[in-house]
Design a protein around this ligand. Structure first.
Ligand code: 13P
Length: 288
C-alpha cells in the first residue's frame, strides 16, 4: 500500500538531505497530475487538501481519490490535511483515512496552540497518522486563511524545543520569511533563524509558501534543515492559466481534452519542484 504516514517520508528525507515536496490538490485533475509526475521522477510526495478543498470536494471524495491512487501508484505518498484549524475537520481527517494532519494553531496564544496541537497529536498518533504543528505565523493567503503582514510573526527559536516536546508533533512548520500566495518582490529568508530552529529541535522542518521562492533559496533552506516544501499557488496558476489559454485558442465541446491540457501543465510544475527538492529517484529506497 503506497499510502503512508508523512513521518516515514520526512524521516527518510531528513536522513538523506532532501525535502519531500507537498502539493495542494483540489480534484481528480491535479491529483492525477501529481501522482503521474511523482512516478515519472520515482519520487515520494505528500498530497495535501486544505479545509477549503474539503469544503469544495468533501472528505469522502478526497479519500476516494487517495485510495484509488494508492491502488495504482508506484511511489509512496501521504495524504495530508493542510492548515487544519477546525477540530471537527481534524477528527474527520482521522476518520477518512488521511495519513497526516497539520493543526494550525498559529493564530492562538502559545499555551493554547500547545494545548490543542497536543490534543490533535494524541488522537492522530493512535491511528499512526503523523502530525505537523505551526509556530509563528506565515503571512499571505492560503485558501480561506489570510494572515496580514502585521499579524505575521516569525518563529521564535527559543520557544521551539518547548513546543515540540509538549505537543509531540512529528514535523514543525516554521515562519522564516516565506508567504502564502504570489510574492510582490523576492522573498528574503531568515537563514540564521532557520539554523537556530534546527539546533533547537530534531523534528523535520516544513517550509510553507513554496510558490515563487527562488531555486537557490529553496536549496539553501533544504541544506539548513527543511524536509518538506509546500507548494499550492503555482499549481493552481498552472491549472487555470493553461485552461484559459486553451480556451482562447479554440472552442472545446468536451472537457476531457481541455482538462488533459491542465493535467500536463500541472505535472510539469510538479516535476520541476520534485527535482528542486532533490526527491527524484528516492522512492525506491523507502520501505512501504
Ligand atoms: P503557496 O500557495 O504559496 O505555494 O503555499 C502553499 C502552502 O504553503 C500550503 O500550506
Amino acid at each position: 500500500m503506497p499510502l503512508v504516514s508523512a513521518k516515514v517520508l520526512l524521516e527518510h528525507a531528513q536522513a538523506n538531505g532532501y525535502a519531500v515536496p507537498a502539493f495542494n490538490c483540489h480534484d481528480l485533475v491535479d491529483f492525477q497530475a501529481i501522482i503521474a509526475a511523482a512516478e515519472t521522477e520515482g519520487a515520494p510526495v505528500i498530497i495535501m487538501a486544505s479545509e477549503s478543498t474539503i469544503d469544495f470536494a468533501g472528505f469522502s471524495y478526497i479519500e476516494g481519490l487517495a485510495y484509488a491512487g494508492a491502488k495504482e501508484a508506484k511511489i509512496p505518498f501521504a495524504l495530508h490535511l493542510d492548515h487544519g484549524r477546525d477540530l471537527d475537520n481534524v477528527v474527520k481527517s482521522v476518520q477518512h483515512g488521511f495519513t497526516s494532519v497539520m493543526f494550525d494553531g498559529s493564530n492562538l496564544s502559545f499555551e493554547e496552540n500547545i494545548r490543542l496541537t497536543a490534543w490533535v497529536a494524541d488522537i492522530a498518533h493512535r491511528v499512526g497518522m503523523s502530525v505537523e504543528g505551526e509556530l509563528g505565523q506565515i503571512p499571505g493567503t492560503e485558501d480561506d486563511i489570510t494572515v496580514s503582514e502585521q499579524e505575521a510573526g516569525m518563529t521564535d527559536p527559543d520557544l521551539v524545543a518547548d513546543f515540540v516536546e509538549r505537543t509531540g508533533v512529528d514535523a514543525l512548520a516554521v515562519a522564516i520569511g516565506t508567504a502564502h500566495g504570489l510574492y510582490k518582490g523576492e522573498p528574503k529568508l531568515d537563514f540564521p533563524r532557520l539554523t537556530a530552529i534546527r539546533k533547537a529541535t530534531s523534528v523535520p522542518l516544513v517550509l510553507h509558501g513554496g510558490t515563487g521562492v527562488p531555486d537557490d533559496t529553496v536549496r539553501r533552506a533544504i541544506e539548513l534543515g527543511i524536509c518538506k516544501l509546500n507548494v499550492g499557488t503555482e499549481l493552481r496558476v498552472a491549472y487555470t492559466s493553461s485552461v484559459s489559454r486553451a480556451l482562447v485558442d479554440r472552442e472545446f465541446r468536451d472537457p476531457r481534452p481541455l482538462l488533459s491540457i491542465a493535467r500536463t501543465a500541472i505535472a510539469g510544475v510538479v516535476q520541476d519542484k520534485i527535482r528542486l527538492c532533490g526527491a527524484s529517484g528516492r522512492a525506491k529506497a523507502i520501505s512501504w
